[in-house]
Design a protein around this ligand. Sequence first.
Ligand code: ADP
Length: 438
Amino acid sequence: MPTDRSSERDSGAGGPRARAGRSQWLIAAIAIAAIAIPAFRGDLSAAIAVPAVAAVIAVAWYVGRRARSDGETGQAASTPAQTSQEPSTDLIAALPDPAVLLDRDGRVLAMNALASAMAPALRRGEPASLALRLPEVVEAIRRAALEGKAERVEFSERAPSERWFELYVNPLRNDAAANVPTRLLLTFRDLTPIRRVEEMRVDFVANASHELRTPLAALSGFIETLKGPARNDAAARERFLDIMEAQARRMARLIDDLLSLSRIELSAHVRPQTPVELLPLVRQVVDALQTLARDRGVTVTVDAPDQPLIVSGDRDELTRVFENLVENALKYGAAGKRAEIALSRAFTVTGVEEAVVAVRDYGPGIAADHLPRLTERFYRVDATASREQGGTGLGLALVKHIMNRHRGRLTIESRAGEGATFTVRLPLSPTARAEKIL
Ligand code: ADP
């Protein structure tokens, strides 16, 4: 790809081709002098000297022409090879972000693979504005070319999904003192992940504040009532204190869940290593929830294979997982009157042996459109019903995070009206597997 820089470099007075041209005429002049001097002196006959001088001039002219045409045809024919040697092209290919090099008229001189993937309509030799048609982008390129100053713009794409980018247009000059840039370097940065994290953070803070504000407002209201109108009403005081206690407990649970989430996120990359046998842990959780099960009129059964299922894990976090799943089955699936917990072994598609724990209830189930979002923080099918049950909307988010840390998986199967099955799969501990083989 011939760039404007390569043509200037070759056609300039100090270029290699110009130097080659001068040296060939210098040699010719020396040769002519070598023939002319003896001819003048009479040592060489004119019949030999004149054709010899003509031959030298012809050879010099021919050599000069060859050199020029080699330069030209060589430049055109070796374009691909030269392209790869062109320093700016190599540099652009090496950049970690989408990058495009333009000439001063906005035509594409070079681009890297990331830029082609981002804007497949970009073509070498064509104006970049044909592929990057957003007005703010075209305007930034125009301004940078005209004023010779670096430009930065942010722009977004709506289809196929919403994405945000940042574009830097940097004017490049061959001569640092020149005003007008000879080329423009466009570099793009995908801001989408940063924006998504920002949005999540804002949503999270808004949700957490909202969840805390509701019980706090209830507490403040009851305190005022107890200090004022209900000051001497013993029966009302008892009732209000019970409600206040429940609200305070809800706030404590929420803070506890939030802290657990951030703790698990902090250690997300560290895989827990303690061998944990699942059946005793599940039985312990079921025993602890017996009062709730009795209150809701639900019978809980546990079914497990004879051989122990041992996983590498964090006992407290795994307890939290089963507590959340069994509690949800009792809270939301109470109408079905029974909840079944089944432990088993299975193999993944890659042949890894894993422990499977399925918690099944026979309640109202969950409509398909809610399923993919259930593990999002604060996502609830029915926020009022969840709050009435003392839910924080963080339980399944915690389960998902704990599973990720344990290299496990959570799957949810449900149909409206047919109950729900929450299944966790955890790789069996390698030491436990080895012991079994022995
Ligand atoms: P919560 O604190 O609200 O229980 P979770 O993250 O544990 O939060 O659950 C999120 C939502 O998923 C619940 O609010 C509820 O709407 C729904 N859900 C969870 N488990 C069940 C279940 N077994 N049956 C029906 N819906 C459920």
